[in-house]
Design a protein around this ligand. Structure first.
Ligand code: ATP
Length: 290
C-alpha cells in the first residue's frame, strides 16, 4: 500500500502571465495528513480501479499517466493494477491527482526495481503536472516558476482545519479569472516561508495569502462564508488552498483544530482536522510494492 498525502498552499501569489499561457507564481506548499491510499499489483497492462465516481479510470487519470510515462521512460514491459482509495476530495485545490501520480512514480520505482534517484523521478513528474514534483519531496517547499522549481523549507508542525463545500472547481477556470490587478511580487509568499520555521502558529496565520482567492470569490460566495465560520470558531487565520474551493484555518493545537472542526461541520461542508507533515508525502508501506 502506498499512502499519498494532500497539500495546502499556505501562500500563492500570481506574478504575471507567461507567453506559454501558464502563470508565473510563487507559492508555499505544505503536505498535510489527509491521504489517498493506492495498491499497486503486477498486471499485464496498466489498469486503474476506484470506487470514486468522479475520477476517470483511463489515461485521463494522473495515476494511470504516471505509470505509462515511467514504463515508457524506463523501457519496462510490466503493467500494473492501481487500486485507488480516494479520501482527498476531487478538484478541490488539495492536489489529489498530483499526489496519486507521485505515489505511482515512487511505488513503481520500487516495485520495478528501477532505483532511479529522486532528481530523475522529478524530471518525469513535472511533465505530469506542476505539483507532482512537490509530492515526491513532501514537507514544505517554496515553489517558483510555474510552481515546479522547489526549495524545501524547514517547518514546525501546524494543526489545520480543512473545509470543502462538496463541489469541484477546475484549476483552469480559476486561473482564467485572474486579471493583472491581482498580480503581486512574491514578497508575501516569502514572508510565509520565513514564518514557517518559527514557533507558534500566529505568525503563519497572520501572513497567509492567496492571489487566486480574489479571482474565485466573485463566483463562489461560499469561500468567504467558510472562512468566516472558521475564524468565528477560533481559527487564527483562514485562506483558500490552491485554486480552491477548499479553505483551511490555522489552529493553535490539534485539540483546538478538532473543536473548530466540530463547530464548523455542517451538512453542506466536509471538514477535517489535520496536522502538517514535516516528512515525505508519499509513504510506501511494507508489502505495498510487490
Ligand atoms: P490542484 O490543486 O493540483 O490544482 P486539484 O486538487 O484541484 O488539483 P484534482 O483532485 O487533482 O484537482 O482533480 C482535478 C481533475 O483531475 C478532476 O476533475 C479529475 O477528473 C481529474 N483526475 C485525474 N486523475 C485523478 C486522480 N488520480 N484523482 C482525482 N482526480 C483526478
Amino acid at each position: 500500500m502506498v499512502s499519498a498525502a494532500a497539500k495546502v498552499n499556505l501562500a500563492l501569489e500570481v506574478l504575471s502571465r507567461r507567453a506559454d499561457g501558464y502563470h508565473e507564481i510563487v507559492t508555499v506548499m505544505q503536505a498535510v495528513d489527509l491521504s489517498d491510499r493506492l495498491t499497486l499489483e503486477d498486471a499485464p497492462a496498466i489498469e486503474v480501479r476506484t470506487s470514486a465516481l468522479d475520477v476517470p479510470t483511463d489515461e485521463r487519470n494522473l495515476a494511470y499517466r504516471a505509470a505509462a510515462v515511467l514504463r515508457e521512460a524506463a523501457k519496462v514491459e510490466h503493467g500494473v493494477r492501481i487500486t485507488l482509495d480516494k479520501r482527498i476530495p476531487v478538484a478541490a485545490g488539495l492536489g489529489g491527482g498530483s499526489t496519486d501520480a507521485a505515489a505511482v512514480l515512487a511505488g513503481l520505482n520500487r516495485m520495478w526495481g528501477l532505483e532511479w534517484p529522486s532528481e530523475r523521478l522529478e524530471e518525469l513528474a513535472v511533465g505530469l503536472g506542476m505539483d507532482v514534483p512537490f509530492f515526491l519531496r513532501g514537507g514544505a517547499a517554496l515553489g517558483t516558476g510555474r510552481g515546479e522549481r522547489l526549495t524545501s523549507i524547514r517547518s514546525s508542525v501546524l494543526a489545520l482545519v480543512l473545509v470543502n463545500p462538496r463541489f469541484p472547481v477546475s484549476t483552469a477556470e480559476t486561473y482564467g479569472r485572474v486579471t493583472p490587478a491581482m498580480y503581486t511580487d512574491g514578497g508575501r509568499a516569502r514572508a510565509v516561508a520565513g514564518a514557517l520555521g518559527g514557533r507558534g502558529a500566529g505568525r503563519v496565520a497572520a501572513s497567509l495569502y492567496n492571489g487566486l482567492e480574489l479571482a474565485a470569490r466573485g463566483a463562489y460566495p461560499q469561500l468567504a462564508q467558510m472562512e468566516a465560520a472558521l475564524t468565528a470558531a477560533g481559527a487564527l487565520g483562514a485562506m483558500m488552498s490552491g485554486s480552491g474551493p477548499t479553505v483551511f484555518g490555522v489552529a493553535r493545537s490539534f485539540e483546538q483544530a478538532r473543536q473548530i472542526r466540530t463547530r464548523v461541520a455542517r451538512g453542506a461542508w466536509e471538514c477535517w482536522a489535520v496536522r502538517t507533515l514535516r516528512g515525505p508525502a508519499i509513504r510506501i508501506r511494507a508489502g505495498a510494492a510487490r
